[in-house]
Ligand binder design. Structure first.
Ligand code: ATP
Ligand code: MG
Length: 564
């Protein structure tokens, strides 16, 4: 084991793996480890889900166990096939293989119905006519006992008949619920006779109109794990006080297939980011973003479109560790993970996003030199490429200052700069348009200073990138910034989400000039534009209309900005 691996080994010995080690040592579950990821198909997956997926799958792989993908689809009103499809695509993209173990809680509806009857027969469930407001009132508050529902004393026979009628559609939506009979005085509100079934005439994405009653999430989730013989039901902390309820079902329903062990860990939260699906849906529905896969979204599809690789997400979630207490992770850690990944393998190119024309007045009119450029200084095997150089070039507007700041070491009148892979040039003049904007910068080059030659020994402080004008390819470049200006948008109780948005989260630059190497760039291709950051070819990009998303700048410019 090399150093890097042994470090990972230490990092990955978190409390969940410690529990599993102990279970195995005690011979529980006949030495098996079986985990799952149980999303509700009511939105696209986000980076927090990626953490849960990679944790569950990672554990199954490490212990030679199995991993299931199961949709907990108990709420037909909010669930859609579109979400099911996107979730499968995202899970696969993360490199996770559920083999033939794709399941749906809705496949267990018959079994769950039978188990509800089992509880009624044992006098442990009853049909209740309280409406939601009354139910809340009867339930009470955690510090005081609740009141018994007046329907709690119905006979088993009556409950069986009523439940059957509920199923057969003999009552209107919401008129009755089936409730477990547990303990109306419990300090754990989840045990105060929770609802098991509700009447809801809604079309289900898989079962169609077969059912007009649906099990509550809590009545389906734990039992689904049991049906699938999940050994370790790993979930986030908000389910900690649901655990007694899940265990109650497992203990009181006859012949449950298995007893999974639930373990809770802290969910991933990121600063400057919202992670709840409800809020992400709101951003989509109110058109604050262009869909679930907008590159500013923390969704897996958004991050993928932005240019994140699955490896970078994996490295990131590993770094965040597995904790027992909720905290907030800095989004800069996520950005560092993609920088690190792309630094090692992204092709370097030159691209000018804010172009201004440069004319090298002493360069021969029709000469084109093919200059040699390094494809990736971190990886020699990626080799070199040719970049055309000619009399007319583009450079970045910001690399020129007519009246330079004291510490400005790039191009300005009378000053010299090196053009990357090419020559040292000196600015000799300017042409302005009618609006006073700089239209052309005139320069003279020094033929003795060609890159790679043992040159005249001339040294300059700045090196800038450029693109030959007649060879340049046009492209649109989209620069992104944080979607929110508040570091904790979910925690801000004074303002609406929409008031916390960063108005400058997207900047579209339509007249970018790129080196010809990028002509055949395809959606998903990743590059480093020298000095400008890492870029990903957008999903909507075509040969005639190239679109690049900036994944991340080269350095953490935000940190610098905050210090100002
Ligand atoms: P949200 O709260 O964002 O609306 P959810 O947690 O209800 O979503 P589910 O589809 O129920 O979404 O999530 C599936 C699994 O992903 C659950 O086991 C849940 O614990 C886990 N999960 C959800 N969000 C996070 C997160 N931020 N970090 C880690 N795991 C998460
Ligand atoms: Mg949930």
């Amino acid at each position: 084991m090399n150093n890097e691996e042994s470090k990972n080994e230490v990092i990955s010995r978190d409390f969940i793996r410690t529990i599993i080690d102990e279970d195995l040592k005690e011979g529980k579950n006949s030495g098996k480890v079986h985990t799952r990821f149980p999303p509700e198909p009511n939105g696209y997956l986000h980076i927090g889900h990626a953490k849960s997926i990679l944790l569950n799958y990672g554990i199954s792989q490490e212990y030679g166990g199995k991993f299931n993908l199961r949709f907990d689809d108990t709420n037909p009103e909010k669930e859609e096939t579109e979400y099911v499809d996107s979730i499968m695509e995202d899970v696969k993209w993360l490199g996770v293989d559920w083999e033939d173990r794709l399941f749906f809680a809705s496949d267990y509806f018959d079994q769950l119905y039978a188990w509800a009857i089992n509880l009624i027969e044992k006098g442990l469930a009853y049909v209740c006519d309280l409406n939601p407001a009354e139910m809340r009132e009867y339930r009470g508050i955690p510090t005081e006992p609740g009141k018994l529902s007046p329907f709690r004393s119905r006979s088993v026979k009556e409950n069986l008949e009523l439940f059957e009628k509920m199923k057969n559609g003999e009552f209107p939506d919401g008129a009755k619920t089936l409730r477990a009979m547990i303990d109306m005085t419990s300090p754990n509100m989840n045990l105060r006779d929770p609802a098991l079934y509700r009447i809801k005439r809604a079309h289900h994405h898989r079962t169609g109109d077969k059912w007009c009653i649906y099990p509550m999430y809590d009545f389906a989730h734990g039992q689904s794990d049991s049906i699938e013989c999940i050994t370790h039901s790993i979930c986030t902390l908000e389910f900690e006080n649901h655990r007694p309820l899940y265990n109650w079902f497992i203990e009181h329903i006859d012949n449950m297939p298995s007893k999974p062990r639930q373990i809770e860990f802290a969910r991933l939260n990121l600063d400057y980011t919202v992670m709840s699906k409800r809020k992400l849906l709101q951003l989509v529905q109110e058109n604050h973003v262009n869909g679930w896969d907008d590159p500013r979204m923390p969704t897996i599809s958004g991050l993928r479109r932005r240019g994140y690789t699955s490896l970078s997400l994996k490295n990131f979630v590993e770094k965040t560790g597995v904790a027992k207490r909720n905290g907030i992770t800095e989004v800069t850690l996520l950005e560092d993970s993609i920088r690190k990944d792309l630094n090692s393998h992204a092709q370097r190119v030159m691209g000018v996003v804010n172009p201004v024309k440069v004319i090298i007045t002493n360069y021969p009119e029709d000469l084109v030199e093919e200059l040699e450029a390094v494809n990736n200084p971190e990886d020699e095997t990626m080799g070199k490429r040719k970049v055309p150089f000619s009399k007319e070039l583009y450079i970045e507007k910001e690399d020129f200052q007519e009246v330079p700041h004291k510490k400005f070491h790039r191009l300005s009148p009378g000053k010299e700069v090196r053009l990357r892979y090419a020559y040292i040039v000196m600015c000799t003049g300017l042409v302005k348009d009618d609006n006073g904007e700089i239209a052309e910068i005139h320069c003279e080059y020094d033929p003795e200073t060609k890159s790679g030659l043992s040159n005249s020994g001339k040294k300059v402080k700045g090196t800038i990138h450029w693109v030959s004008a007649k060879h340049a390819i046009d492209a649109e470049v989209r620069l992104y910034d944080r979607l929110f200006i508040d570091s904790d948008p979910s925690g801000n109780k004074e303002k609406e989400l929409s008031e916390l948005l960063n108005p400058k989260s997207l900047e579209v630059l339509e007249n970018c000039k790129l080196e010809p190497f990028l002509k055949n760039a395809k959606s998903g291709d990743k590059f480093q534009f020298e000095r400008r950051g890492y870029f990903n070819v957008d999903l909507d990009s075509t040969e005639d209309n190239l679109i690049f998303n900036r994944t991340v700048s080269l350095k953490d410019s935000w940190a610098k900005f905050n210090k100002k």
